[in-house]
Ligand binder design. Structure first.
Ligand SMILES: *Cc1c(COP(=O)(O)O)cnc(C)c1O
Length: 307
């Protein structure tokens, strides 16, 4: 059962392998470089982007264990929960989702989706939730729910990074640079573990994410020589945006018919466009941007986007 990552993918129709395509940027047309994008946003309607990769080794561990149980934490709108629910159903695993806050009278669509797909919801008050998700919780969770595989939020752990390194199976050799949006840095770590012949550029989408090098070390990245972090493209912080960012996303769509989201990939692409203007890349560079998905977040912006 669950012998390989590709096998899980094929159990999750309508999965499709991610494509790589060329794209243009407003500032790049005259520069002697090439730009391509890995379309992880297209692999699956529910578990798009980087999330399914980060989950892989947790699923494999749970599937080969005796307990066959996964526990994780999440908010009522968490795509992390939705992705795990679907994967657990597919792999016949028990899934306990610990939700932040008291049980509301009506559940969010995300939670309903999770429950329809077999998640057992457990509501923890905010105080308990915070204590449990930040302290060493394994003993308490074990006492209450028995043996299980625990998935940290965002997959932030060496196991999650190992899973993210599987993204590199879909990236051919030859790209001089790979650029990605960075939240917990798990995906970035995975790319630097798996795509060793490219330079890695990370664009933090949070303000004051100053500990990325420590995070990478925790996630198993020993050699950080070919890693660069450009910290000035967070647009004021997580999920913050400006009219310039939205206009850039629309312009990018006009040029390429590729949608970006304002929390992650819009900021990454804006950063890429801007460093190209500054001649950051040597002549002949071949750059791969990773589209990590996240498009469902754009629902709050419908009137401002042309896609
Ligand atoms: C979750 C997410 C990220 C962040 O990935 P990390 O591994 O936490 O750095 C990036 N892009 C999108 C679209 C995401 O949903």
């Amino acid at each position: 059962m669950l012998a390989s990552f590709r096998e899980l993918y094929h159990l999750l129709p309508p999965f499709q392998s991610p494509k790589i395509q060329n794209f243009t940027l407003p500032e790049a047309t005259s520069k002697p470089i090439s730009t391509s994008i890995l379309r992880l946003d297209e692999v699956h309607p529910v578990i798009s982007g980087n999330k399914i990769f980060k989950l892989w080794y947790f699923l494999k561990e749970a599937a080969s264990s005796g307990h066959k149980t996964i526990i994780t934490f999440g908010g009522a709108w968490s795509n992390h929960l939705a992705a795990i629910a679907l994967c657990c159903k597919t792999a016949n695993l028990r899934f306990i989702g610990i939700i932040r806050g008291e049980k509301p009278p009506t559940l969010s669509p995300t939670l309903n989706y999770c429950i329809e797909n077999g998640m057992e919801p457990v509501f923890f008050s905010r105080a308990n939730y915070t204590a449990l998700s930040t302290n060493s919780h394994s003993f308490i969770l074990k006492q209450r729910f028995g043996e299980h595989t625990f998935v940290p939020e965002g997959g932030y752990s060496p196991t999650g990074a190992m899973g993210a390194s599987l993204i590199c199976d879909y990236i051919p050799e030859g790209f001089t640079h790979i650029i990605t949006a960075t939240g917990t840095a798990t995906t970035f770590a995975g790319l630097s573990l798996g795509c060793k012949s490219s330079k890695l550029i990370g664009i933090p989408v949070l303000k004051n994410l100053k500990d990325i090098h420590d995070r990478l070390e925790y996630l198993g990245v020993k050699n950080q020589e070919s890693v660069e972090i450009l910290p000035d493209y967070h647009f004021g912080g997580y999920a913050k945006k400006t009219p310039a960012l939205i206009e850039f996303m629309n312009e990018f769509y006009r040029l390429n018919e590729i949608p970006l989201d304002f929390v992650y990939t819009g900021k990454m692409m804006y950063a890429l466009n801007s460093i190209i203007t500054r001649d950051y890349f040597p002549h002949g560079s071949s750059i791969l941007a990773v589209h990590t998905g996240g498009l469902q977040g754009n629902q709050s912006l419908k009137e401002q986007l042309i896609f």
